[in-house]
Design a protein around this ligand. Structure first.
Ligand SMILES: C[S@@+](CC[C@H](N)C(=O)[O-])C[C@H]1O[C@@H](n2cnc3c(N)ncnc32)[C@H](O)[C@@H]1O
Length: 331
């Protein structure tokens, strides 16, 4: 009986992966990530270049990939053939490489963690969470992410487990690069979404995943390329700042370095979109208007949720910069 059940499972998986080759599956970000763009997608979609819809942009680059919300949308709606993920965050790069190459092993490991965790008492869940966080912080943060390591499936499973059970579901590290988010209060956290992991794995088959600085874009960009930049946002007030993705800072000099790259890449004929905060929400600060004065700047409305004090939530303007003006009509 057990053997028959296994065969049946394998047949189901095979038909799933056969499906994989014929139809692009709708995938969603695996992690909740600060600055995630899922809510802004309807407004970002309207600013996609019409060339994307016409099918002439075959390559896509996301040099600040985070949760990759925009990539999954572009992959599903347009026939891009090649994509590049860049990010400085070690755990993110390992997670994407494991989902791309070892999705079934990851699903197996996560389903064991989920089963164990959900059957624990509240007190024991707490011990399990903080023990997992300690184990997670023992992993070598300086590992070479170009060379696959045996513990990567475990590492990726813990990245998802901690993201799904921590406070506010947010990835944050301290100055030493250690994950330091306290446990969240979820009765039945959504630890494993196996069909989405498989859909993400399908999408990642066209993606080259690299742990590197955003300036790598210059090596891959050409006139058939669409690039979406979503850097750590510039702080616009004492409270509304978040850059704890890694122990690295992303201050105004980095924003200027990014602008210089944006100009260089424009000369290659690539189509570029960039999002960032809008300092004019609070003060007469035209930092980005001056920085990107030769490009198109559109202001869009976004909901700010990343704040433990409920009173700091609500609508706020953000900016979208593009180096083209022929936008798609409708997806
Ligand atoms: C705002 S988040 C991107 C969010 C993403 N668009 C999403 O939908 O989830 C910015 C990302 O930039 C990464 N980052 C910070 N400095 C970087 C650099 N110099 N080069 C590449 N990535 C960097 C951070 O690790 C973080 O994942």
């Amino acid at each position: 009986m057990k053997y028959k059940k296994k065969i049946c499972q394998i047949k189901q998986l095979q038909s799933f992966y056969n499906l994989e080759n014929s139809k692009r599956l709708k995938a969603y970000p695996v992690l909740k990530w600060a600055g995630g763009k899922m809510k802004l997608l309807p407004q970002i979609q309207k600013q996609y270049p019409s060339k994307l819809q016409q099918g002439s942009l075959k390559t896509y680059i996301e040099p600040f990939v985070g949760g990759a919300s925009v990539f999954f949308d572009v992959y599903y709606h347009f026939n891009i053939e090649k994509a590049y993920f860049f990010d400085k965050n070690t755990e993110l790069i390992i997670l994407y490489k494991v989902i791309k190459n070892n999705a079934e092993l990851l699903i197996d490991r996560l389903s064991k963690i989920k089963e164990k965790y959900l059957n624990l008492t509240e007190e024991k869940r707490k011990n399990f969470y903080y023990q997992s966080r300690n184990d997670y912080n023992t992993f070598d943060k300086k590992v070479d992410t170009d060379i696959h390591q045996r513990n990567w499936v475990e590492r990726a499973a813990l990245t998802i487990f901690l993201n799904r059970t921590c406070f506010n579901g947010l990835y944050r590290v301290n100055r030493k690069g250690l994950f330091n988010v306290p446990m969240g209060k979820y009765k039945n956290p959504a630890i494993l979404n196996s069909s989405n992991i498989r859909a993400v794995s399908q999408a990642l088959k066209i993606v080259e995943i690299k742990q590197c600085d955003f300036s790598e874009v210059l090596k891959y960009a050409n006139k058939n390329t669409f690039i979406y930049y979503d850097p750590p946002y510039r702080s616009i007030s004492k409270t509304a700042t978040f850059n704890a993705y890694s122990s690295l800072d992303f201050k105004d000099n980095e924003q200027r370095r990014l602008r210089d790259l944006f100009i260089e890449v424009s000369k290659k004929g690539s189509y570029q979109m960039l999002s960032n905060s809008d300092p004019t929400n609070y003060i007469e600060d035209f930092f980005f208007d001056e920085l990107y004065c030769e490009f198109n700047i559109k202001r869009i409305l976004a909901s700010r949720m990343i704040n433990s004090k409920g009173n700091s939530r609500g609508k706020i303007r953000e900016i979208l910069v593009t180096n083209y003006s022929d936008y798609i009509n409708k997806i």
